[in-house]
Write a protein that binds this ligand. Sequence first.
Ligand code: NAP
Length: 325
Amino acid sequence: MASVVVTGGTGLIGKAIEHVINTEPVGSKFGKLPDETWIFVGSSEADLRDPEETRKLYEKYKPTHIIHLAALVGGVYRNMKYKLTFLRDNILINDNILHTAYTHKTAKVLSCLSTCIFPDDVVYPLDETKLHSGPPHESNFGYAHAKRLVDVQNRAYKEEFGCNFIAAIPTSVFGPHDNYDLENAHVIPALVHRCYLAKKNGTPFVVGGSGKPLRQFIFSYDLARCFIWMLRNHDDVEPVILSVSEEEEMSVKEIADAIVKAVGFEGQYSFDATRSDGQFRKPASNKRLLELMGGFEFTPFEEALDLSVKWFSENYETARTGNTT
Ligand SMILES: NC(=O)c1ccc[n+]([C@@H]2O[C@H](COP(=O)([O-])OP(=O)(O)OC[C@H]3O[C@@H](n4cnc5c(N)ncnc54)[C@H](OP(=O)(O)O)[C@@H]3O)[C@@H](O)[C@H]2O)c1
């Protein structure tokens, strides 16, 4: 009987995998198999930086398969301030998960990297061959190097011990259970939260920057389906980028317009072009994913956004909103 443990099971992506596994019909392409158990664990169950707690977790659940999402994640400010902590905590978490999977003969580990760990100076679009072709952006130097090492470890465990350890590389994700903390959130949850507060307080909704930069996102439920597909069907150590296609890049203005509509905000709405825009675009190719899966139908952006905004409004009191007083 298969036992799948999802680390980081309390986070944005973990909750999405739990939703898909519990709602798709049993035995279907993305559903639970009849003889399978899925266990979603957060840091309160085991601090994965600690080898002993990691070992106890493996001995408690005896996983045959692991989806490894747990990581120390954070916004640019925290990444820059705590470079060593981001490097070391993530190295420890990843090394404990992979080495304990090896010693406990876990059949497969699917780990999670990120398109933000690619080289800073790179020819776009990003693709899987470019992961190690130059240093990452200095702002996430610690996090990016720790994540890149997972790919190195996967290859070394395969070569030396024949382990089936693989990795996925998601682009920016959004969905229910996202981090809406205004200090730390990614662009979609940050704008959703700000627009929600503007509506609630009757204040203007101001979006930082010109609104022109282009961004790519994947809805967490779509990402969850891709993870479940990879767990079942993909045993190649070469990582796979999980993203919508480059043609589905959206401008920050298009995203903000969709948020205004989804939130039902009718007040004053503008862009503050004096604020920095960041990089104009950093597209990633999903060619390999589509070839491997033989196509995939992504949820239309507005539908996914409506669902996420509805979740945020209904769960405002318990969502990760940070200090908004
Ligand atoms: N969000 C994105 O846009 C994005 C994009 C690409 C890749 N990723 C990757 O996807 C993965 C999941 O991200 P997410 O957005 O779902 O993050 P998240 O919502 O912040 O969740 C992080 C998860 O990691 C767990 N965790 C953190 N430190 C831990 C520790 N020491 N021991 C055990 N568990 C620990 C947390 O547990 P508790 O909450 O219980 O403390 C939580 O379940 C990460 O590896 C991240 O790098 C995310």
